[in-house]
Design a protein around this ligand. Sequence first.
Ligand code: NI
Length: 160
Amino acid sequence: MAATLAHLIATLEVTHEELTRLTATLSDEVLDYHPGPEEWSIREILAHLVDDEMFVMRTRLERIVREEYPTLVPNDEKLWHSQRNTSRDTVSELLRDFAIQRAASLNIIGFLREDDWKRTAYHPEEGDLTTEIWVEHWANHDIVHLRQIERNCASYLERQ
Ligand code: NI
């Protein structure tokens, strides 16, 4: 496996640990703090990561690997946010759900063969995506949201 792929997988593997570390000592007030009117709280970011893992990230991976040049469906995050399932919103539930979903994703990624990484799908807004590009996007998405959680914490502290 190419070094970059191993690096991407290593990034995906540590995210649960990072999320746990970042949220371990946070009060509900910090978890539900919104840095701006349109910005998600840390709890909402965690829920987004859980749902994205199930319904967007892994679903697209499965389609790229299983189907012949599938057309992927754009994901409307605002719509998701207005309709999301809030019934498992304690941090321990969100982290546990993320751990389960991420383990399932890594299990599939671990099964990919050399040729699977080159398979391609079409995305109406982004053009052609290979498995490798998708997994790269996935790992970057983790990092974006980990940094967002850190920024939310910093913003909360500044406003005290
Ligand atoms: Ni996101």
